[in-house]
Design a protein around this ligand. Structure first.
Ligand code: PLP
Length: 393
């Protein structure tokens, strides 16, 4: 099906639409940063795992990261290269299989290293082992996304590390960012080097995690490249790795939905859609944040009572089709009265949303589609009743 990528007017059912041109633009930028800074930049699966598009990624990046057995297997089988794995807790049941799929395996604690290093090496003698460290410095303000908050379960702090690292530890992994700028990385790196620099001579590589939002318009990529090249100069023996997720998929496509009804209560008008915030855009409720809607103006989430329906006829809450009372967001101003059947297009709904969705309430899942540059929509996956039923089996 060919569609107008502005209005999606030919599309009459809900779908996440990944736009190939926008994806390639991000991939080009990321691979150029990688080349100019001599850094391996790989895709974090937690943000995106639509494996039917991996052939596009393969043109630009060599590998992916995993944080579980299934992600590791997906990387190995579908991306076609061994993965860099960090998992907070390996177990006897999964360590050998994970190690088989991994080129790099990172332990969250010294006790995990003690329990599973030998098993990992046994399963894959070529594997390079690392340790996650926690610099106790992060500028991420939302606690839900701050891996270095006091009491964090992630990584070994400097005071817990022995002067001499276990012989088989070859790298450090450090994840401190979330949608952050290069200036934040610069300040964080100063803390990392101050706290952990004395161990660097014992290492071969360091992975500075994700959260480097280098494809955002205002991101200073030149600064990032300078920081990484400066690090190379100070520590020429260390290979550098970054593992962003969001940056690859930033602004690469919308969730297209349709209005199914308009209801009104206490002067508040809600357009009920055939998608759900809790099932299909969970970060909006978790973070929380109000997504952009194409052809509409955000009025903000604190406007209850400010725009009574009779005085502001084009202002709506948008409501999900689940039974969760809080499955709505407000308010958006449209330039016309919404009609049943018309499209509501939520911007930037590819990273994290497509991996975090649920089938709560038995609500049908939006299709997954790839929009080619000529406007041709390729169906990657259409979901059915069987998908819901099989999960409950
Ligand atoms: C260990 C690790 N690496 C990479 C990422 C990817 O981060 P982002 O998608 O913000 O770039 C995350 C996100 O939570 C993470 O926890």
């Amino acid at each position: 099906m060919k569609v107008d990528l502005q209005t999606f007017s030919q599309l009459h059912y809900p779908a996440y639409v990944l736009e190939e041109l926008r994806l390639r633009k991000n991939l080009k930028l990321i691979s150029s940063v990688a080349r100019r800074s001599d850094t391996t930049i790989i895709l974090a699966f937690k943000a995106f795992a639509l494996w039917k598009t991996f052939s596009i990624f393969r043109e630009y990046i060599p590998a992916t990261t995993a944080s579980s057995l299934y992600e590791a297997r997906l990387g190995y089988e579908k991306f076609g290269s061994r993965v860099h794995t960090f998992c907070p807790g390996y177990t006897d049941d999964n360590i050998s299989e994970i190690a088989h799929y991994s080129s790099h395996l990172i332990f969250n604690s010294l006790s995990q290293h003690q329990s599973f290093a030998a098993k990992a090496k046994n399963a894959n003698p070529e594997i390079s082992l690392g340790l996650r460290v926690n610099p106790e410095y992060s500028e991420v303000e939302t606690l839900l996304y701050n891996p270095c908050a006091p009491g964090s379960r992630f990584g070994v702090t400097a005071d817990q590390l022995p002067e001499e690292l276990p012989k088989d530890i070859e790298g450090f992994h450090c994840h401190c960012h979330c949608e952050s700028g290069a200036d934040v990385f610069q300040r964080t790196l100063a803390h990392i080097e101050e706290k952990f620099g004395k161990w660097f001579p014992q290492l071969k590589w360091i992975n500075f995690g994700g959260g480097h939002l280098m494809t955002r318009k205002d991101y200073d990529t030149e600064l990032l490249i300078n920081i990484l090249n400066g690090f190379h100069k100070r520590h020429p023996h260390l290979k550098l790795i970054l593992e962003p997720g969001s940056a690859f998929l930033w602004q690469t496509g919308p969730l297209v939905s349709q209005v199914v009804d308009i209801v009104e209560n206490h002067g508040i008008r809600t357009a009920i859609l055939n998608v759900s915030f809790t099932c299909h855009m969970p970060d909006c409720l978790e973070m929380p944040y109000q997504p952009q809607v194409r052809f509409a103006e955000s009025i903000g989430t604190d406007a209850d009572g400010l725009y009574p329906a009779e005085k502001a006829p084009h202002i709506y809450r948008l409501g999900g089709d689940s039974c969760l009372s809080g499955d709505f967001m407000g308010y958006w101003k449209f330039d016309h009265e919404l009609q049943v059947g018309e499209n509501i297009i939520f911007e930037d709904m590819i990273h994290y949303t497509t991996v975090k969705t649920t089938m709560f309430n038995g609500i049908s899942h939006p299709s997954l589609m790839l929009a080619h540059p000529d406007g041709e929509l390729e169906m990657l996956r259409k979901f059915s009743y069987e998908d819901y039923m099989n999960r409950m089996d």
